[in-house]
Design a binder for this molecule. Sequence first.
Ligand code: GLN
Length: 484
Amino acid sequence: MSAAFLDSAQAICQAVERGEASALEITQSALERIEALNARLRAFLHIDREQAIAQASAIDRAKKRGEALGPLCGVPIAIKDNICVRGMPTTCASRVLEGWVAPYDATAVQKLRKAGAVIVGKTNMDEFAMGSSNEYSAFGVALNPWDLSRVPGGSSGGSAAALAARMTPLALGSDTGGSVRQPAAFCGVVGLKPTYGRVSRYGLVAFASSLDQIGPMATDVDGCARLAQAIFGMDPRDATSADRPIPNLLKEKDAPLSGLRVGVLRLRAEVAPEPGVEACFAQALRILEDLGCILIEVELPSLEYALAAYYILAPAECSSNLARFDGMRYGPRVESENLFRTYCQTRALFGKEVRRRIVLGTYVLSAGYYEAYYAKAQRARTRIVHDFAKAFEKVDLIASPTAPTVAFPIGSRTEDPVAMYLSDVYTLPASLAGLPAISIPAGLSQGMPVGLELTGRPFEEGLLFRLAFAFEKARPPLSPPLVA
Ligand code: GLN
């Protein structure tokens, strides 16, 4: 079976349904490709041949018995290593969780099994999803298949790299401030951050709970829509899960666009994209116009505070969420002369960036600083929510580049955390406001992919997909030279 099969979830589903290929054959070819490329790319932290083959065989047996197949039947999928898959390690790319095997499935994973997807392994990421490049993984950075000297983005960089290298056509990532969208942009694939509450967080290791969302990622818009459809929905196990009707996303494929009002963000000079990204974005806007969209310039004055607010709120929440990793309940314990020293030695397994965030978060929550930092950041967040609501009275969607640059060279930002944080300027606002946002490939600059980000009103993922489907027809996704 050719690797071209791994280009699209749709082709696989059809082939399995029609009996042209078995789930087992497809899974074998995905595993072969993953095993051949992973030593170089480090996209996966764990490859689970045994479980994958068992799942695929079960699908083939069900088909033989004439049972109805799920909507993702036989499609290999990669899961970010902060999402629990029963029987597989879940390390969050951290030494603190090294060797911990999840005893249960995340709700999203349960839904994937029901839909017939075949889980092939767990993907690399920045430790505990803190980062924008994958370089904070305790197990080595995943490489960008477009140029092996560059980062794949982060934190869901392993998932994005796996897709770009066509190791699987689908992957799950998680997005707290941009971690699905930015790596999708850097690797030339599609990634959606759903509306906060759309996808259950049960079984997603918490980083910043008021921002975290599991997000679907795929080689194309169709795959992303199918995957979103499978994982969306209310879950009683997540108190912030939203009980809202789920739109039929594939139906958006041929829906008309004419008259759709697309807001174009006026960007401040300090956060302007680099020229190559700007040129791609300008071209993307022309395509949207040709498709019948009306472009309207919008201003969101409070966006200026988004980066600062996020880097107070996310560390604050993480400092609380990560308190549970102390060697008592999960992962390794570094025994020492007394309990306190045991806690300290065990928690010294956290990497540099995670420690920086815990310290920062503890500081902004401490008595005396809470009002000055945490409470102020919360107020900024509220203003951002209001600014978006006001903008969405005039426009249906907002377009921006996904990131200000293309994927940067490995090692170029690790010494300067603020330079790293700047990578998220265009993705953080939707996260703070809980809005859905998608990144789709918009072209190349310096031979590297550029992403177009579309942000929508709460629960209007359907509209995002409508535009994404149409845009993709005008600008089909490319795959990197390594894959050819
Ligand atoms: N890069 C951002 C951060 O480091 C976002 C991470 C994420 O979305 N998980 O926090």
